[in-house]
Design a protein around this ligand. Structure first.
Ligand code: ADP
Ligand code: MG
Length: 728
């Protein structure tokens, strides 16, 4: 029987790779060519219609039917000129993917020369059969209807001849079934709360926008090797595989030169991204061999989220053309770094001020400090729900697994800002003297200079201030950025609202604004300072210290998800109109369900591979050894025989030992899986998968990896780490 692993390796060796040439040059010539940008819209609409559209976007008011008709017709006109034949409402259901159902523009209501139609009604709302998307019980099967509704704040685009219209996705009763709906709601909440505070400093601010710049890490694997690894193929990660003799220990991959085969892929993929108006800018190798990163310029959060979803899709498509597969899983390979998706988050006023950037105008820095301190407080008060927003079956292998940020949520702000916050915290509780106030303000005014050469960027913090933004690093590489963004925005909105209330109450006595503000900041700093941590977040000491500080450290997925349905979360999200109690329960249920399914698949694949691939290979090799021992006995006698056969006999015994352990453990895992599948509730089922099923994964793997080392390389059917990780 041909060994599929060797066949794959042979094919790869036969490939010829062209040297890299810069095929695409002037980006400005094709950037956003496939997007119905506002400029294009202006060309296809009357000035009046365009102005009306702009106004409703800015003021967040509904678009009337007549205007929708005009826009639909403009969109269709443009799309058809670009060769589009179909349109689709493009949305982000809760299974983490994107969804689309294409319809042709043709409609027999028109005459033959005018077959293509697209009305405002079709643009604004569609009714896809929603029954196969996760709804967490919010949609009974008899009301399988769900609605998609146009999001005019994110522009339409064309992919493969189909006009894609970004939309929200809600149930028949109006409950959100997607990521976009609550994200838009959270943006509204934060804009309202943040604007009020800004206006105390600057009357001209009327809106505050959230900015997001994501950094996407990923692995590339050769397609032929990938296909020979059912675990990679079906679960996105390797469930077995002995470490390669060389992996990342030489630290020679990070920022090293990008292999030319990969470079050709990246160029191609970036070109496609630029056509779609996605401003990807940075590319580099990551720490692990075969690992890379791509990052765009930051954008308004809603658009940035759409773009990240598109990029993940696009990468996968383009990779296939280059005989690669993209791994977006958080931990595809044991023993080398996993992949995250850093979410760089900040707030920007409609007057163009970055609220998390200390500026040159000293007065503005008190505003900066207000936002900085409140962001810290927001994280402090909402750490558990923030963690819930990023946990998943894949991300659990990163969080707290002695690499990448721990499951403890803490905030890093750097030495200089720590010093300034300490100074404020040490100021007297009441009656801050003019002198002290002036001193503090002088210090605050100096922040930009202080930060300038302050390069002590801590890489081990899950939530780090990086000069003009916070970087949420605990996010998993495959997740939808909207999930953490919704929580962060709502937490911040809540914090700002409370802060504003305290501020306006205290101001009533006609006190000095600066002094009142500083004294309130002092209170916030003192309350939330336990969340601040400047040390090594990967160390064991931190785990102990954090416990002493009362910070939570929930590593179990099924436990962490529970905070979705805690009273505090319900209060927070309903107050700001982001989620109802029902929607939170649904999200909890969907997350549990996804976790269960992933665990179920991993457990099945592991069982299959162990019993049907690994054990037979081991026995086959063991038989060769047995034959050899028998042969030795025929030709040798006495001492010679014993000496020569003993190492083989040892290996034969070792193989038997591992095979026995594998069989026993797989059977225990299957028993536990049965219990999990029979559990009365989804919560119990998830708990059993978490605590009783997945504990076997590494145990079984241990024996498989040992067998990999013992068995004849020629027989081993699964591509090895050294082959998967190093790209030819
Ligand atoms: P690093 O690897 O050092 O963290 P990168 O340059 O790879 O930095 O990524 C930084 C990301 O932060 C980019 O996506 C960038 O656009 C984003 N960013 C910069 N300023 C802001 C901001 N004000 N708001 C949101 N994101 C920002
Ligand atoms: Mg970063």
């Amino acid at each position: 029987m041909p060994n599929i692993r060797f066949k794959a390796l042979e094919q790869i060796m036969q490939d010829k790779f062209e040297p890299v040439t810069a095929k695409y040059q002037k980006v400005s010539e094709y950037f956003a060519r496939a997007v119905f940008t506002h400029e294009k819209m202006q060309n296809y609409l009357s000035q009046k219609a365009y102005d009306e559209f702009q106004q409703s976007i800015q003021q967040n008011t509904p678009i009337n039917e007549q205007l929708a008709d005009q826009i639909a017709s403009a969109m269709k006109g443009w799309a058809m000129e670009q060769g589009a034949t179909h349109y689709t409402h493009w949305f982000q259901p809760l299974n983490g993917a994107t969804a689309e159902k294409h319809d042709a523009f043709i409609d027999f209501a028109g005459d033959h020369d005018n077959l293509e139609r697209f009305s405002g009604k079709l643009l604004v709302q569609q009714e896809p059969d929603a029954s196969s998307f996760p709804s967490g019980g919010m949609r009974n099967t008899f009301e399988a209807r769900g609605y998609t509704g146009w999001d005019p704040t994110s522009p339409a685009f064309i992919i493969d001849g189909t006009l894609c219209i970004p939309t929200v996705f809600i149930s028949y009763k109006g409950d959100s079934l997607d990521f976009k709906t609550p994200l838009l709601k959270s943006q509204r909440a934060i804009s309202e709360a943040a604007s009020k505070i800004c206006q105390l400093f600057d009357q001209n601010v009327s809106q505050v926008k959230v900015t997001l710049g994501w950094e996407q890490e990923y692995f590339l694997v050769d397609e032929r090797l990938y296909m020979a690894r059912p675990d990679l193929h079906l679960t996105g990660r390797t469930l077995m595989g002995h470490a390669s003799a060389k992996d990342q220990q030489m630290e020679d991959h990070y920022f090293g030169s990008i292999p030319s085969r990969v470079m050709t892929f990246i160029q191609d993929f970036e070109h496609q991204a630029h056509l779609l108006g996605i401003p990807v800018k940075t590319r580099h190798n990551e720490v692990a061999p075969g690992q890379f990163e791509c990052a765009p310029m930051f954008e308004e959060v809603n658009l940035a989220v759409d773009h990240n979803q598109l990029v993940m899709d696009l990468m996968k498509k383009v990779a296939r053309k280059h005989k690669f597969r993209v791994l977006l899983h958080e931990k595809p390979f044991q023993g080398v770094n996993g992949s995250g998706k850093h979410n760089n988050w900040s707030l920007m006023t409609d007057t163009g001020i970055n609220l998390l950037s200390p500026g040159k105008v000293p007065g503005k820095n008190l505003m900066f400090l207000s936002f900085l301190v409140n962001a810290i407080s927001a994280v402090y008060h909402n750490a558990d729900i923030l963690r819930s927003s990023i946990v998943s079956a894949g991300n659990q292998h990163r969080l707290g697994a002695n690499e990448a940020p721990p499951a403890i949520i803490s905030v890093f702000i750097g030495q200089e800002l720590t010093r300034i916050l300490n100074q404020i915290a040490d100021s007297p509780e009441k009656d801050l003297s003019d002198e002290m106030s002036a001193k503090i303000q002088l210090n605050i005014a100096n922040i930009p200079e202080l930060l300038l050469d302050n390069t002590d960027r801590n890489r081990t913090s899950p939530f780090a201030f990086t000069g003009n933004r916070f970087e949420f690093r605990a996010v998993g590489s495959s997740s939808n950025c909207a999930s953490p963004m919704i929580v962060l925005n709502t937490a911040m909105a809540d914090q700002l609202e409370k802060f504003y209330k305290k501020l306006s109450d205290k101001m009533k006595g006609g006190k000095s604004f600066d002094k009142v503000l500083i004294s309130l900041l002092r209170d916030e700093i003192l309350t939330s300072k336990t969340v601040l941590f400047e040390g090594d977040g990967y160390s064991d000491n931190w785990v102990k210290e954090a416990e002493g500080r009362g910070l939570t450290n929930v590593r179990s997925v099924s436990e962490a998800l529970k905070s979705f349905v805690k009273k505090d979360s319900e209060k927070l999200f309903s107050k700001h109109n982001v989620f109802t109690k029902k929607e939170l329960e649904a999200r909890y249920e969907i997350s549990l369900d996804m976790f269960i399914k992933q665990m179920q698949i991993e457990s099945r694949v592991l069982g299959d591979l162990a019993i049907n691939h690994v054990v037979p290979t081991a026995i086959q090799y063991q038989n060769i050894l047995i034959d050899n021992v028998k042969g030795l006995k025929e030709i040798l006698d006495g001492k010679d025989y014993r000496e020569m056969s003993q190492p083989h006999i040892d290996s034969i015994k070792k193989i038997s030992g591992h095979v026995k352990s594998i069989r026993e453990m797989v059977s225990k895992m299957v028993d536990a899986r049965k219990k999990a599948n029979e559990a009365e509730t989804i919560v119990k089922s998830a708990d059993i998968y978490d605590k009783k099923v997945q504990i076997w994964f590494d145990e079984i793997r241990y024996h498989i990896d040992k067998l990999e080392l013992i068995c004849d390389d020629n027989m081993w059917p699964l591509p090895k780490y050294r082959e998967l990780l190093f790209i030819r």
